[in-house]
Structures are given as C-alpha cells and as structure tokens.
Design a protein around this ligand. Structure first.
Ligand SMILES: Cc1cc2nc3c(=O)[nH]c(=O)nc-3n(C[C@H](O)[C@H](O)[C@H](O)COP(=O)(O)OP(=O)(O)OC[C@H]3O[C@@H](n4cnc5c(N)ncnc54)[C@H](O)[C@@H]3O)c2cc1C
Length: 298
C-alpha cells in the first residue's frame, strides 16, 4: 500500500479499487490508490504530495489496456468525469480537456459546424488516451488535428508544447518524457455540421457491422503490420474462436479478443501470446501488441 499523506485533496480517492471496473475488458486486479481529480489545480497538488518513488499510471477509459490480475502497486490517476470541458476558441479551434470523451468531441464538432473529427465518434476512450495512442479510424488520426497540448509532470508542473514537439506515427507518439496530457488545442475545418452528424451515424453503423461492439474487448489487440492486417493474419492462421479460459478470439473480427465468460487478465494475456506465437509460426510475421499491458501477475 502506498504511504501517501493526503491532507487537502478535493478529488475522489479510492483505495484497493478493482481495475476490472475501469477497463473495457472488465478484467484486472486492485489498484492501491485510485484518484479522480476535481480539477487541474487539485491534480497538481495531489501529484506534488506523492512520493517520487510512487508508481503513477494515468488512465482514460481503459479501452486499450490490460491490467494484470495482481493489480497496480501505486497510484492511478483517472480522468473519467474530470478535466472534460470543451470550448470554442475561435471559428476553427477548440480547447478540450484530456478527460473529455472522444464521442463528446465528435458531437461538439458537428454541433459547431466543424468537420474532420467525425472518426472520433467510435473511439471509446478519452482525449488523453487518444493523444497518447494517436488513436485513429477511417483515415483520420488524432494528431492530424492537434495544434498544441498542455501537459503535467509528476511534480504537478504544467508545460505547453506545440504539436511539432511530438513525433507521431500509426498508433505511436513520442515527445517530452515524464509528462502527461491535461488538455489540447485542436483545429478543424469549417463545414456543414449536419453532414458531419450524418457521417458520424454512417461510421458508427459501419463499425457495428464489422466489429463486435458492445462486448467487453479492447478493440484491436495487435497493430497492423506494414502492408497487411493483423485480423487477416489471425484469421488465415485459423484462430477465430480460439478460447483460453473465459477469453475468445472474436468470430466477427479476428483482431478482437472478447471477455466472453469472466475471463481473468491472465486468460486474456495467454490468448494474446498464443495468437502471437501461432501467427509467427504459420505466417512468419511477429505481431506487435497495440494494447498496453501493465500491473502485477495474479
Ligand atoms: C470496441 C473498441 C473499438 C476501438 N476502436 C478503436 C479505433 O477505431 N481506433 C483506435 O485508435 N483505437 C480504438 N480502440 C482502442 C482505444 O479506444 C483507443 O486506443 C483509445 O484512444 C484509448 O483511450 P482510453 O482513454 O481508453 O485510454 P486508456 O486505455 O485508459 O489508456 C491507453 C494509454 O494511454 C495512456 N493515457 C491515458 N490518458 C493519458 C493522459 N491524459 N496523458 C498521457 N497518457 C495517457 C495510458 O497511460 C495508456 O498507456 C477501440 C477500443 C474498443 C474497446
């Protein structure tokens, strides 16, 4: 258990919090401390009060995350329900907190006649997670729209960075180390908001046709290798429907692993490595995980 003295915090601190409540796979052990800040200042104060040795993990909606069954020895900073304000700065620019959901961002854009951000509608995470992952879909990627970001380090200090301070690629972002995102300025094009709303409906419909949406998963488990698709490689390796414990490779989209029946994080992790080994053996390609795997074994 982390030994942090918290005197003046105004957010919500939970102890021994099951991470299965905060990951879309609905699996994972206990986090020692689980903090939802009231606002940016509160978060900064909390961070300044933590020991320099404390393990810190920033969480969005846990939609790209496997937390092992032994949980997290340290403090999770959860932005769900916090730092979620979105406002227009001018005709094309918006300021958005890292705790705003991607779905809210897409709706905000269409309501304000901004186009380009429709793809965010189907990404079931928060802006912070989308910035960290360079989340994307249907040809759009988060960092295509970033002008600048505000970050915080583990002492609670705030920094401003231009998007040029980051190198971004497919599901990959590198930039200033030891800092996490608290907000961003995004820039879109002016356009027809009603068309954008229609586009959102179509993209969500298309997604529901090709993905097992609504079931506990983490979306695509593996990154697509260059010039190929992880789903195709998994499917031709005959792995659709493969089960370990309560986890199963989706029959609908082979790059999805579903928590079908109270899977433990260990079931899911073993299935990930099984798929990786089989694809390597049968197709000669080593798939890399897109999902982040953290925490202690159970
Ligand atoms: C059904 C389904 C469909 C999906 N479809 C897509 C898709 O089309 N495209 C796509 O790209 N992804 C997709 N995903 C994966 C996932 O939604 C994205 O990666 C998303 O951006 C993760 O956001 P999150 O808030 O859930 O992040 P989390 O899973 O909570 O965290 C992911 C990583 O981001 C880091 N992080 C979170 N917040 C911050 C912060 N404020 N500052 C710094 N680092 C932070 C975490 O530490 C972790 O390393 C899908 C997932 C599901 C379940």
């Amino acid at each position: 258990m982390a030994a942090t003295q918290l005197n003046n915090f105004r957010g919500d601190m939970k102890y021994n919090e099951p991470m299965s409540r905060h990951t879309s796979w609905r699996a994972g052990g206990l986090a020692d401390q689980f903090y939802t800040p009231l606002n940016e200042e509160d978060l900064s104060e909390l961070l300044a009060s933590l020991s320099a040795k404390e393990f810190l993990f920033w969480l969005g909606l846990g939609s790209n995350l496997l937390v092992r069954d032994g949980g997290i020895r340290g403090t999770v900073i959860s932005l769900k329900g916090s730092l979620s304000e979105i406002k227009l700065l001018d005709e094309k620019k918006i300021q958005i907190g890292a705790g705003a959901s991607c779905a809210k961002l897409a709706r905000f854009c269409s309501k304000n006649n901004l186009i380009g951000g429709e793809f965010f509608a189907g990404i079931p995470g928060l802006l912070g997670g989308a910035l960290a992952m360079n989340a994307g879909a249907f040809g759009g990627e988060t960092w295509d729209y970033v002008e600048s970001v505000t970050t915080m380090d583990r002492q609670g200090n705030i920094y401003q960075h231009k998007s040029q301070d980051y190198q971004t690629a497919y599901r990959k972002v590198t930039g200033p180390e030891g800092e996490w995102f608290v907000s961003a300025v995004l820039k879109f094009e002016k356009g027809d908001g009603e068309k954008a709303a229609e586009n959102i409906r179509q993209l969500l419909h298309k997604r529901a046709q090709i993905q097992p949406t609504g079931l506990p998963s983490c979306g695509s488990v593996f990154r697509n290798p260059e010039n190929d698709y992880a789903a195709r490689l998994i499917e031709v390796s005959g792995l659709k429907g493969k089960k370990i414990g309560g986890a199963i490779v989706s029959e609908k989209h082979a790059n999805f692993i579903i928590n079908e029946n109270n899977a433990s994080a260990a079931d899911i992790e073993q299935l990930i490595y099984f798929v990786q080994r089989q694809v390597k053996e049968k197709q000669g390609i080593e798939l890399q995980t897109e999902v982040k795997i953290i925490g202690e074994p159970g």
